[in-house]
Structure formats: structure tokens, C-alpha cells
Design a protein around this ligand. Structure first.
Ligand SMILES: Cc1ncc(COP(=O)(O)O)c(C=O)c1O
Length: 417
């Protein structure tokens, strides 16, 4: 099923713009929104931002809404950033990023996943995985091209496809099937216009990871239909319960048709540094870098230097944070189930995605009432796609004690319904 042009925000008759007191009056301006490009108007604002704006005005809110670590960046990484600045490293780097960081990433990915990327020509350092995602779509999508996307999934995927002129084609995943992606449904979504399959696993917001035979089946579909695969693996290090992440490009035959996206924000608690990367075969990455070099130039030099230390000297910190997320995950998921919100056991990322269907409320109603009546912020599942209805996303990247208090408040709310 392909989604219709997302939503038209064109109003029936242009609304008059009220005059600004004291402003010089010139010719009447038509509604300014009409001047935005059609593809921009079609994308609604993020369903997440709206909540942050409200939370910022409320005291005593426990926010389970954010998608970032509560930890600060490990000190040795911070020190490297400071050292880099003091050493006068205040200039642009190569468009591809520093060779040190590309070499570090190449060794890191080979060590962890057995997939080798040449630091010279197959790796580009970006401003977070966010930039890598947007540039990848701009580089591979022609107007009208279809991109198969599982949902519920990260809020930036659909806009990245639509802003590039592409058409997202949804394949839904459901709690009843452990949010597993069904390869048969992926294959049924393939048409002559399909350009790529988009994968975001471990999944934000469900916490699902793909079973190895599902990955193999999707690789087989990509091969038979000659499709690209874009794989956002930013949560690769945050996996639990014995799961081992596999890079999609490490599957037989997939390196040549995959764009691997990743970043430092989550595993190294470096969201504010803005550093991520894209890895792809040389010819694909050349197209990617053409866009990146004209639009961005290079990722922040300080952050790139600090990221080298993240790769070489912070493994102990990563494991400590993963252990703590896992401790919270086990407590939080058990508690949500106990208070009557059935919750799928998430094996990756740092989100729980409980079902709130039993409350009789919609996802939006549940999230709004929980926030205004009990001061706990969660995100309605519908922000991540239509199959998110009946769920909310609650991040456990917050303190253990904060989560315990959040559970007490959620329990009071659920009992009051
Ligand atoms: C699945 C996913 N991909 C990409 C990003 C963007 O990360 P970055 O901070 O590297 O831009 C996020 C951030 O929440 C995310 O959840």
C-alpha cells in the first residue's frame, strides 16, 4: 500500500495576513505558506516536537519522550575535543572527514561485523546520522521512485524520502508478530518503481531487532529485484538479551547494494557533537559526497577528533551504559506488563512500546492525559506511522529512579480510567 500524498495543507481561500503594528505597509502578501514547495507542505510537523514544546513549560515532568542518552559524553572523549580546539584544529576537514576517523571507522566496522570499507572513498563522515539519511535519499531517489519502509519507524524517514521527491511505501509491523518485518509483505510491496528498501534496526520506536533468517530473506529480495538497501544502524551497539547485531552490508552479496548509516550519538552519548557516517561502494558514495560537499562541506572538526577517541578509548564506557540500559529495560518492561500495559520485549535501542489498547484511549489521548494529569511525557505511537496506533513510546534512557517514579504515576493513571 503506498501512502497518498501525505496531507494537503492548502487552505480553500488564502487567509488575510494581519498587519504588524508599525510595519511599513506594502502590497498584500498572499499566504506565505503557499510559497513553500509542495513536497514541504505535504509533510506535517514532527509529532514529537509538539510534546517537547509543552514539556518545556511544565514543572515536575518526568520525560520519557526524548530519544537521547541521559549520560553525558565520557570524559576522555570530551578531553580530546578540548585538546583538538586548543591545538588550533579549527579548520575544515576533507569533505569525506578526517582520514584518522575514516581509518578508525573502517577498522571498527571490520572488527565488529566483518565488513570492510576503504577509508579512502567508501566512508564519509557526516553531521549526525540525520545528515547521512537526508543525503542518501537525495542521492538515490528520482521523482516518483518508491522506497519500501517498515512502520512504525523513526520520524525522519518519511520526510527524507518525500523531500527528495520519492514515495514511501509502508510495510506495517505489529506487536502480535513481535514487530518482526515480514519478508513476504516486503516482496508484495515491490513494483517497477521501487528503488530501495529502507531498514532501521534496531528499531526506534519498537525496540525490535531483525531475526537472522528475516535479514537473509530481505537480502534475497534485494538481490532478485535488483534493489538498493539503506540500513540505518545507529543503535547497533545497544542490543540486549544475547542478541548480536549483524551489519546488513556484511550479508553475502549485500555490500555492493547497501548504504550503511551510523553515528556516535547513541552508543557514545554524543548527540550534541553531531557526528555520524555513511558507508557505501565507491560509485554510490561519490554521488553522496557530491551533495554533502556542496551543502555541508564537512562535519565539525572538534567532533571528528573526539569521535576517534570514542572508537579507540571508550569501549568500557559503552559496555557500562549498555549494562545500565539493560537493567532499566528489564525493570521497566516488567513493570509496564504488571500494571496492565502489555509490552513487547525490546531487544535493541532504548525504547519500550507498550500497548495502551486496553485503556480504550487513542495513543494521542493517552499521551496528552498522562502528561497533563500525571506529568509523565511519552510519545503517541502514531507519530511513527499508522500501525503505532494503540501504542506509546517511552524511552528508558532516563535514571532508574525516574523510571520507577514514572511507573507509579502511569499506574495511578491507568487505574483511574
Ligand atoms: C533511528 C534513528 N536514526 C537516526 C537518528 C539521528 O541521529 P543523529 O543524532 O546521529 O543525527 C536517530 C535519533 O533519534 C534515530 O533514532
Amino acid at each position: 500500500m503506498s501512502i497518498e500524498p501525505l496531507m494537503s495543507h492548502r487552505s480553500a481561500a488564502p487567509e488575510p495576513v494581519p498587519p504588524t503594528p508599525g510595519a511599513v505597509q506594502s502590497a498584500p502578501v498572499p499566504v506565505v505558506r503557499e510559497r513553500l514547495a509542495e513536497r514541504v507542505r505535504r509533510v506535517p510537523p514532527s509529532g514529537i516536537r509538539k510534546y517537547f514544546d509543552v514539556i518545556a513549560t511544565m514543572p515536575d515532568v518526568i520525560s520519557l519522550g526524548v530519544g537521547e542518552p541521559d549520560f553525558t559524553t565520557p570524559p576522555q572523549i570530551v578531553e580530546e575535543g578540548v585538546r583538538s580546539l586548543r591545538a588550533g584544529r579549527t579548520h575544515y576537514t576533507s569533505n569525506y572527514g578526517t582520514l584518522d576517523l575514516r581509518r578508525g571507522l573502517s577498522g571498527h566496522l571490520e572488527r565488529l561485523y566483518g565488513v570492510r570499507y576503504d577509508p579512502e572513498g567508501e566512508i564519509c563522515v557526516t553531521v549526525g546520522a540525520s545528515e547521512a539519511l537526508a543525503v542518501t535519499m537525495a542521492a538515490i531517489v528520482d521523482p516518483g521512485d518508491e522506497v519500501i519502509l517498515h512502520e512504525p519507524s523513526y520520524v525522519a524517514y518519511v520526510p527524507a524520502i518525500v523531500f527528495s521527491g520519492g514515495v514511501p511505501v509502508f510495510v506495517s509491523t505489529r506487536a502480535e508478530r513481535a514487530f518482526e518485518l515480514d519478508p513476504a509483505e516486503v516482496e508484495a510491496a515491490v513494483t517497477p518503481r521501487t528503488k530501495a528498501i529502507f531498514l532501521g534496526y534496531p528499531c526506534n520506536p519498537t525496540g525490535a531487532v531483525l531475526a537472522h533468517d528475516t535479514l537473509d530473506a530481505i537480502a534475497d529480495i534485494a538481490e532478485r529485484h535488483d534493489l538498493l538497501v539503506v540500513s540505518d544502524e545507529i543503535y547497533d551497539r545497544l542490543v540486549y538479551a544475547g542478541h548480536r547485531h549483524r551489519a546488513f552490508s556484511s550479508l553475502p552479496g549485500m555490500r555492493e547494494r547497501t548504504v550503511l548509516l551510523g553515528g556516535f550519538s547513541k552508543a557514545y552519548a554524543m548527540t550534541g557533537w553531531r557526528v555520524g557516517y555513511a558507508c557505501a561502494p565507491r560509485e554510490l558514495l561519490e554521488g553522496f559526497v557530491k551533495i554533502h560537499q556542496y551543502q555541508i562541506m564537512s562535519a565539525p572538526t572538534t567532533a571528528q577528533d573526539a569521535a576517534v577517541t570514542a572508537l579507540t578509548g571508550a569501549e568500557h564506557d559503552v559496555l557500562r551504559m549498555v549494562d545500565e540500559y539493560d537493567r532499566r529495560r528489564r525493570m521497566f518492561v516488567a513493570e509496564l506488563n504488571r500494571i496492565g500495559l502489555p509490552t513487547f520485549d525490546p531487544h535493541g535501542a532504548f525504547y519500550a512500546f507498550p500497548s495502551i489498547k486496553g485503556t480504550g484511549l487513542s495513543s494521542e489521548e493517552f499521551a496528552e492525559r498522562l502528561l497533563f494529569e500525571h506529568q509523565v511525557a511519552v510519545i503517541p505511537g502514531t507519530a511513527f506511522g499508522p500501525s503505532g496506533e494503540g501504542h506509546v513510546r517511552a524511552s528508558y534512557a532516563t535514571s532508574f529512579e525516574g523510571l520507577q517514579e514514572a511507573v507509579r504515576r502511569i499506574e495511578r493513571f491507568v487505574r483511574s480510567l
